[in-house]
Each structure stands twice: as structure tokens, then as C-alpha cells.
Design a protein around this ligand. Structure first.
Ligand code: PMP
Length: 444
């Protein structure tokens, strides 16, 4: 076990060039400057060559991968970083004096430092490495177990993924606190006047997503954070769907917690982040007990390690974290502004083309949204459309997208969701439209 805080030493095991520093987008909306100093428009064909899977055929057809909201594809640079870690420096971290263990520790902590820099967290120990967003939210919800009582309120929104609903319901069951919900409208926007009236001195936690996975809405989190703070509530932002599109700045946003998963931003599965402000992380109970998270253990009493290790019990996903660092480097090399610009163009084009399809209805028409389009075609079942698209090599998601309350509100069983990444092309949108028209013909 290690009790000291990680260094931000540059001595890590890098497989890529050091990242270019990007200007953070000033607001969580899609008003993107035409071109910023660090950003050239994306050379998509060059970028696509970085992703081996994109040249695959599926069901005899060229793969068109439009399920990026569920998980993104991985560039060769990330795959190499993971393979090289296992080939060259594999060992457990934080434990040994031997060389490989130190190299592994350096690589692991270098990735933490890259993530810290990417999200502009004040301290590297405010970046807790977890198995993903779900784990991160559960750490926070569990951590509040001894801080809430009957009469206290937790405020979430109607747009949440199940992983930002269920942990809070479980916390309410444990503590007697009450769960309240900010309602939405049929455009997929939160009703902010209702938010204002739901906030009250009993509100102890506000937990909302930055971007809705089901509809693509970008929520007004700056306002939510500022208003919730006036009454002293802690604010958790679920960034699972935003980080692929928007570079979040922890110091500027001023949220208390921010969570995301590496696999949605070109990194591997099984690793993610809980950002937490130091003062809040110090107050939370640890989630899991075990090795790495202790200062001293006797049978009578255990004292916990300092941040971040208090929340990192057991052997972490070291190779995954190294791959996570490589994914951050990759995104910065492409440029987050360039990514946003490319995705905005594809969103505009895809929206216009899809709306030409008779009886196609888009769910999620918020003013501010990312490149996610949820839709239904007449009364056709989303699964049937998804299956026919798959036969054409097109991967989309169908169903409730782990957001059943949204589907209930819209009175639909589910949607077809096409979620676009910076490596998707206009030609792929055309193939999607063609395949939907074919499905419509076959199913009607
Ligand atoms: N929140 C949102 C908004 C999501 O889209 C997802 C993933 N679909 C999660 C949380 C959970 O992320 P993970 O499965 O990586 O833990």
C-alpha cells in the first residue's frame, strides 16, 4: 500500500507525443468558433485509418458504426499503448521497489496526470480512477450514507440514465431522504422554472447529466451548479455522454463531482473517472475496503489512505488506465474543437436528411444538443429497424437506452439511436438513410 499522493511527474511511460493544449470551449453549447488556433479541420480519411475496426465488414457489408454513444471505437494508438504495457512493463502498481513495478506506477500516474490536465482539475488527487461512470456515481452515492437524514432531498432530472437514478434511490432507502425529479418537455429539455422551485434548503445533492444519452440534450449545467450551490447542495454531473464532444473544465464549472468512462472517448472499457473536489472527497465514506486504500490496519481499527487511494481499493485496471491516457492524447491530437465542429456538421446534415424520410420522428429536439439522433419511423418497432440496419452493416442502438423514464414520458417503448463520432462521414449518413428507407419498405 502507498500512502502518499501521486506526483505529476512527466517521467511516465508514454507511447504518444505529449498532448497539444486545447482551448476549452467556453460554453456547453454548439456555438463553435469557425477555426481556433490549434485546430485544423479534421482529415477524416486519415483519422479513419487509425481505427482498424472501421475497415471491417459486418454481414458482408462495410461497417457503418453509429453506436458511439454506447461505446466508441479505439484507435491503433490506444490498442498499442495497452499491448505495449503488457509486453514491456506489466507489474502491479504502488507496491514494489522493483523496476517494472515502478514503471507501471509511473505509467498509471502519468495517465492520471493527463486526465487531470484534460479536465483542468486543480489537483491530481481529485481524479479518482474507477471502473467507469457507474462505479463513480455509486462511490458518491454510497459516500453520503452517513450525511443524509429523513427530510433531506436529492434532486435528479427526468433525463437521467439509470446509473444516475438507481444509486440515489438506494441512498434514499438507506437514509430516509427523498428523491425529487426536475421534469422535462417533449423537446427533451429540462424545465428550469421547475428546477428553481424544486430547489430548497432541504436539497442536499443535485445530480444531473451534462448530456442526455437517449436524446443528446446538453443540459444547462452552469446554471444548475450555481443555483444549487447557493443553498449549499453538492452537485454531481454525469459526464458520460459529454466528454466525447465537450472538454469539461472542472475549475470553471465548479461542480463538486464529475464522472465519465474511458470507453466513450476512444479508451478501453473497465476504467473511468470520478472527479471530486478535495473537500467533498474527504467527507465521503470510502466505498470499498481492501488493499491500497488504507493507512494502517489492525484488527481493532483501520485508518484510510489519503486521496485518491481512499477510493481505489484493490489492484486497479492498470493497462486500461494506460490506454485511457493514450485516448486522451489521441483526442487532443485531433483537437476537441475540431471534433465538435465535425460533429456539428454531421448532426446538421443527418437531421435534415433523416427528416426527409416519411413518418420519421426525431425525439430530442433541444436547442442545444450533441450529435445523437433518436428516432422512430411510424409504428415500426425500433428492434425491427435495428435488425435490418445491421444486415446492411449499420450499427445503431435500439431500445430504451437505460433511460426508461424518458421513454415512459414520451409514451414510446424505445427509439432507434444513431450517435455520431468525429470519424463518421456524410457518406455513412447517406447509407443510414438508404437502409432506413429499405427497412420501411420491407416492414410496411
Ligand atoms: N450515464 C450516462 C449518461 C451514460 O450514457 C452511461 C453509459 N451509457 C452511463 C451513465 C454509464 O456508463 P458506464 O456503463 O460506462 O458505467
Amino acid at each position: 500500500d502507498r500512502n502518499d499522493k501521486p506526483t505529476t511527474a512527466e517521467s511516465g511511460y508514454y507511447f504518444l507525443q505529449s498532448p497539444t493544449v486545447e482551448t476549452a470551449r467556453p460554453h456547453s453549447n454548439l456555438q463553435i468558433p469557425a477555426k481556433t488556433q490549434n485546430d485544423q479541420p479534421i482529415d477524416i480519411l486519415k483519422i479513419r485509418k487509425d481505427f482498424p475496426i472501421l475497415s471491417q465488414k459486418v454481414n458482408g457489408k462495410q461497417l457503418v458504426y453509429l453506436d458511439n454513444g454506447a461505446s466508441s471505437q479505439k484507435p491503433q494508438q490506444v490498442i498499442d499503448a495497452i499491448a505495449n504495457y503488457y509486453k514491456e512493463i506489466n507489474a502491479n502498481v504502488h507496491r514494489g521497489v522493483h523496476t517494472l513495478s515502478q514503471l507501471a506506477t509511473d505509467a498509471f500516474e502519468a495517465a492520471r496526470a493527463k486526465i487531470q490536465q484534460h479536465i483542468n482539475a486543480k489537483e491530481s488527487y481529485e481524479v479518482i480512477l474507477t471502473s467507469g461512470t457507474t462505479h463513480s456515481i455509486n462511490i458518491v452515492a454510497n459516500g453520503f450514507s452517513n450525511m443524509l437524514k429523513v427530510g433531506d432531498e436529492i434532486l435528479i432530472s427526468a433525463l437521467e440514465h439509470h446509473s444516475n437514478i438507481v444509486p440515489w434511490q438506494m441512498l434514499c432507502e438507506r437514509t430516509g431522504a427523498t428523491l425529487k425529479v426536475i421534469p422535462m418537455n417533449l423537446d427533451g429539455e429540462l424545465l428550469m422554472a421547475e428546477f428553481d422551485s424544486l430547489l430548497n434548503p432541504n436539497t442536499k445533492i443535485v445530480a444531473v447529466n451534462h448530456v442526455s444519452n437517449a436524446l443528446g440534450t446538453i443540459n444547462p449545467i452552469r446554471y444548475i451548479i450555481a443555483e444549487a450551490h447557493k443553498g449549499g447542495a453538492a452537485v454531481l454531473i454525469d459526464g458520460a455522454q459529454s466528454v466525447a464532444h465537450i472538454k469539461p473544465d472542472m475549475q470553471e464549472l465548479d461542480c463538486d463531482f464529475y464522472t465519465f468512462s474511458a470507453h466513450k472517448i476512444c479508451g478501453p472499457t473497465g476504467t473511468g473517472v470520478l472527479f471530486g473536489k478535495e473537500e467533498w472527497l474527504n467527507k465521503l465514506l470510502p466505498f470499498q475496503g481492501g488493499g491500497e486504500m488504507i493507512k494502517e490496519v489492525t484488527f481493532e481499527k483501520t485508518t484510510y489512505a489519503d486521496l485518491p487511494y481512499k477510493f481505489e481499493a484493490g489492484t486497479p485496471n492498470i493497462a486500461g488506465v494506460v490506454g485511457f491516457g493514450a485516448a486522451i492524447d489521441y483526442l487532443n491530437e485531433v483537437g476537441m474543437d475540431a471534433i465538435a465542429q465535425q460533429e456539428e456538421e454531421i448532426l446538421k446534415y443527418a437531421t435534415a436528411e433523416l427528416l426527409k424520410i416519411p413518418e420519421l420522428k426525431i425525439w430530442g429536439t433541444a436547442q442545444e444538443k450533441v450529435s445523437v439522433i433518436s428516432f422512430n419511423v411510424g409504428n415500426l418497432h425500433p428492434y425491427d429497424i435495428g435488425t435490418i440496419l445491421d444486415n446492411s452493416g449499420i450499427a445503431v442502438r435500439t431500445g430504451h437506452h437505460c433511460a426508461q423514464p424518458i421513454m415512459n414520458f414520451c409514451k414510446i417503448p424505445g427509439t432507434v439511436r444513431a450517435s455520431f463520432s468525429f470519424y463518421n462521414t456524410i457518406e455513412e449518413v447517406d447509407l443510414l438513410v438508404k437502409a432506413i428507407l429499405k427497412a420501411q419498405k420491407m416492414l410496411s
